[in-house]
Design a protein around this ligand. Sequence first.
Ligand SMILES: *Cc1c(COP(=O)(O)O)cnc(C)c1O
Length: 813
Amino acid sequence: MTYKMTVPQIKEAIREKLSHSFGVSLENATYEEYYKAVVLIVRELLTKGRTEFIDNAEKTGTKQVYYLCMEFLLGRSLRNNLYNLGLEDSFKKALAEYDIKLDNLYEQEPDAGLGNGGLGRLAACFLDGLATQGYPAMGYSLRYEYGIFRQKLVDGWQTELPDFWLPGGSVWLQQVPENSVEVRFDGHIEEQWHEQYHSVRHRDYTSVTAIPYDLCVAGMDGKGISLLRIWKAENNKFDMNLFNGGSYMRAMEQQAMAEVITKVLYPEDNHTDGKMLRLSQQYFLVSASIQDIIRRHLFAHSTLDDLPKLAAIHLNDTHPVLAIPEMMRVMLDECGYGWEDAWNIVRQTVAYTNHTVMSEALECWSIDLFKMRLPRIYQIVEEIDRRFWEEMRWKGVEESKIYRMAPIGDGYVKMANLAVIGSHSVNGVSALHSEILKEDVFHDFYMEEPQKFTNVTNGIAHRRWLNQSNPKLSGLITDLIGSEYIYDAGKLSGLLRYKDDEAVLEQLQQIKRFNKVRLADYIKKTQNDRVDPDSIFDVQVKRLHEYKRQHMNALNILATYQWLRENPNADFTPHTFFFGAKAAPGYYFAKQIIQFIAALAEKIRKDDRVNKKLKVVFVENYCVTWAELLTPAAEISEQISLAGTEASGTSNMKFMINGAVTLGTLDGANVEIHEAVGDENIILFGMTASQVEELKRSGYSPRLHYQNNQVIHRAMDELLTGFDGQKFKDIFNALLNEDRYMALADFESYAEAQRRAQKLYLDQKSWNRMSLVNTACAGRFAADRAIREYAGNIWHASPVPPVQNLSARTLEK
Ligand SMILES: *Cc1c(COP(=O)(O)O)cnc(C)c1O
C-alpha cells in the first residue's frame, strides 16, 4: 500500500478530524487538538497498512514473531511514524498553511514510559527493526495507567510523581474489546479421571478480564508494521460465581483488586522483590498473550501441531517466563494434548533472552505465594520439575547439580531455571555477557546442552537515534554516501573514506556544535541553567545503579574540582559533565548518589574560581525524549560499569552512532565497540572482567586505596565534611568498607583516562576524526542486525515475501 498524501489532502483530513472528532474549527483548535487530529490520521494509515501486511503474511504462511516483555519504553511516536512513512515534510507544509509548527505538535505528546531503561527501550527498538525488515510481529505487554514515575529533585533528593500518560497517549491506542480474554487467579484445583481422560477444574477462582489495546509501529517506508498489544485489567462484572457461592465480601475485595494489576509499572531496574502484585502482573501478561496467540493460530489452522512452524514466542528476560507453564495449561486442560506432545511444542516455540548476571535480579517466587495465587500453574511447574529430575537422573547427572538446575528449590520457583528448561534457545545480549552465562550463571545447563546457548548483541533503532534525533548529521551522511545506510546501517562504513577530509571533519564539528547549542537552549528553558557550548560535553545517562558507578564519575569530578580550586589558572579545557538517572524509589543508596551529584553541581556552580571551567548538570527526569536531545550533543560517552556487570548497554551504541567517543571499561558491548573502532578511537580504562574475578578471589581491600592514594583520600574526606551542610557519610563508608563494584580499584585508571580525553580533545581535528570513525563503525549495532540474527538463528523466521511475487502467485491459482 502507499502512504502518499498530498498537502491539500492532509489539510482537508486535519480539518475533517478537528471538526468531526473534536467539534472545533481550524481557528479554535488548540495545539493538543491539532496533535490528536494528526495522530488519528496517521493511525488510520497504520491500521490499513498493518491489515494488508498481515494478510500477506498469512497468505504466504510467513512465521509470526511474538515478543513478550513487561516493558516497552516507547517514548514519543508521532515523529517516528511520520518519518518512517515518508510523510514528515508533507505534514509540515500542510500544518504551516494553518500557521501551526509540526515541532510544537511533537511537544504535545507525552513520553510513553512503559519501561525502566535499557531492556524496555530494546523491546521498542526491536518493533522498529522487525517492521522495517518485514517480519510480521507482535509485541505483548501491559497497559500501565502510570508509566515510570516523573522524577523531581527537591534539594537534591529524588522524589517521585505519578506519570499519568494516557490523556495525551491514549490517542494512539485502539481498544479491541472483541479480543478480550479471561485470566484466572486464586481458588483451588479439582482433578478427575474419566477412564483414561484426565480433567481439571479450577474452582472459586478470581476472574480478571484482559482487554487489549493496540498500537501500530511503522517500519521504514511502511512496508512492514509491527503491532504492540497491551492489556488492561478490568473487573469481570459478569462472573457471579463467588456471589452465588455466598462469599460476598471476598468477592467484593477480589473484584476491587482486579484493576490494580495494570495500574502502575514497577519502577525497579535490574532488581526484584517478590511482591504478589508483581507476580500477578507477570501472569496476567502471559496468560492473556498466550491465549491470544493460540486463538490467532486456531483461527486459521485446525491444530496446534504446526505452531512451532508458524509462530516464534520470545521471552524478553525472566519476567514473562510463566508463558511456558501457561502454554502447557492451555494445551493440556483446554486443547486435550498429552504432556509429551505439548511439551515438545512449547519447547520448539519458545526462546529466552537473559538480561543480567546480577544476583539480585534473578527472579524467584516463594512457593507459598505462587501456589496460592496460581494453583494450576504451580501444579504444572511441579510436574516440569518432577520430569526434569527424572530425566537428569536417567542421564546420570549428580544430585547436587540437578538441585541447582531444577525449577523448584529452596522454597522457591526459580524463573531463570524454568526459562532455560522450557525453551529451545538461550541468549545473552553481548559477546562478553553470553560467555559469562556459559561459564557462570548457566554453566550447569551449558554442560548438558551447549548448542542451546547463543549470543545476540543488542542493537538500536538507528533511524530513531540518528536520522530523527540528529537530522543535521544524517543529512551530511546522506550527502556523502547516499541514503542506503537508512536501510542497511552497515553502509555507514562508507564514511571512512572521509576520515582525512578536512572539510568533512570541519562540518562534523559544526554539526556537533549545533546540537550542543540546541541542548544548552533546552536546559536553559527547562531547568534555567547555563551551559557553555564551547566546553566538552561529557555525558553519563542511564538508570542509577551502584554497578554503573555514577559515584566514581562524581568522585573524580570532586577530585578535579579540588585540584582546580587550588590551581585556578591551570590549563584546563572547560568541561561540562551531564548526568541523568532515575533511582528505584526504594533504593536509598542510589538516591544518596543523586543527592551527592546535585550538591556537587551546586557547590561548583557557586564557586567563581572554577565555574568557568567546570560544570555539572543533573538532568531531571531522564527519559527517551531527553536521550534524543542528549545523544546528538555528546562528545564523551561515559560507559564505566565494573567489567562483568553490564550485560550489554545500549546508550553506548546511541552515543557512538552520533559521533561521541566512548570513555569506558571493557564491559558489555563496549568490548565490541572497541573491536569495531580500534584502540585509537576509544578511551579504555580499568580492570577487565577476568582481572575483576582475580581480584575478588585474592581479596579486595578498598581501604588500601583510601590509605595509599592521596587523590582518593582527599576526595573521600570531602564526602565526610560535605558541602553546604550536606554530608555523604554513607557513600564514604560504602566505598571504604565494601565498595562492591570496585570504584576505588578503578579510580586511578579512570582519572587518567579522563586526562587522556582532555588532551585528545585539544587536537580538534583528530577528535573529529575519532568522531567520524565512531559513526562509521556503528552499523553493526543497529537493531536491524540484531533482528536478522534472532530471525536466522533462533526464530527461523523470514520476512513476508514481496507483494509482487504474491500477486503473481495468486494469479496462478
Ligand atoms: C537507551 C536508554 C537506556 C539504556 O541506557 P544504558 O546506558 O544502556 O543503561 C535507558 N534509558 C533510556 C531513556 C534510554 O533511552
